[in-house]
Design a binder for this molecule. Structure first.
Ligand code: NAD
Length: 256
């Protein structure tokens, strides 16, 4: 396992499926972790599950709000003095419907969290990492950030934007020795897929799940554990020559 001893990591969406498992692996690798999420109760639940593994702090924040983002950055610095790793991961799936049936509000809601939230995180974390001349940022995009898919246009647009933001941030930060990469999972077994299965196939989510899994060459969804292992690698010094890269973690979907 990669070593994160003494490093401090922020994880947005830290109470969710992928975020919480990644927090667990960061802690086991020796990092101190700040979990950021929308609601306090799931944050406290996550903290109580994780705190036996190491130093966990929580900050309630809406990542789409500038003042909240400034606050989670400030709280991290106040508590731990630095930010070495930033897992910019909070996201929402939005409504499942054709473009013609997506309202402006549906579109703006997804863009606010998935694009503005990722942008604001970069805006306020990068100066700290660039000043200390070290750091690793991992943005959570999706296979939906590299390929189209019907009926989730706001999500697709938002995750393509994360791909672009990642490349641009990597180029802006490289001279300061700060790395920025994106990860691109296929379906992963979390709340988000339960919601999408129901959205695509109301009342027959199990059927939808089978269909999605059949579209993945390895024949199964990813698990949060699979994703966390990749994030841990990208967060650690094991990946010190990797920046601006898009990491598919998709059971072979991208090869089709
Ligand atoms: P999840 O729903 O379990 O976790 C997402 C977390 O983000 C939740 O805890 C939620 O409360 C939080 N969040 C949502 N809006 C927020 C906001 N405005 N401010 C702060 N926190 C907010 O789902 P997950 O699968 O763990 O998703 C994590 C990331 O992985 C997302 O960006 C998602 O788009 C991406 N992703 C998921 C899959 C999948 O199949 N599950 C596939 C590819 C990419």
């Amino acid at each position: 396992m990669a070593n994160l001893l003494g490093k401090v990591g922020i994880i947005t969406g830290g109470a969710g499926g992928i975020g919480k498992e990644t927090a667990s692996q960061f802690l086991q690798a020796g990092a101190k972790v700040v979990l950021v999420d929308l609601m306090d109760e799931p944050l406290q639940l996550a903290k109580s599950e994780l705190q036996s593994q190491g130093d966990v702090h929580t900050v309630q924040a809406d990542v789409s709000k500038e003042a909240d983002v400034q606050n989670y950055v400030k709280e991290t610095i106040d508590k731990f003095g630095t930010i070495d790793i930033f897992f910019n991961n909070a996201g929402i799936e939005g409504k499942v419907a054709p473009i013609t049936e997506q309202s402006i509000e549906d579109f703006d809601k997804v863009i606010a969290v998935n694009v503005r939230g990722v942008f604001l995180g970069l805006k306020y974390v990068l100066p700290i990492m660039m000043k200390q001349r070290s750091g690793s940022i991992i943005n959570t995009s999706s296979v939906a950030g590299l390929n189209g898919s019907p009926f989730v246009s706001p999500y697709i647009a938002s995750k393509h934007a994360v791909t672009g933001l990642t490349k641009t941030a990597a180029l802006e930060a490289a001279s300061a020795n700060v790395r920025v990469n994106s990860i691109h999972p296929s379906p992963v077994n979390t709340r988000m897929m339960r919601s999408l299965e129901e959205g695509y196939n109301p009342g027959q989510a199990e059927e939808a799940k089978k269909g999605f899994a059949q579209g993945i060459p390895l024949g199964r969804y990813g698990e949060s554990d699979d994703i966390a292992k990749l994030v841990l690698f990208l967060a650690s010094d094991e990946s010190s020559f990797i920046t601006g890269a898009q990491y598919r973690i998709d059971g072979g979907m991208g090869a089709q």
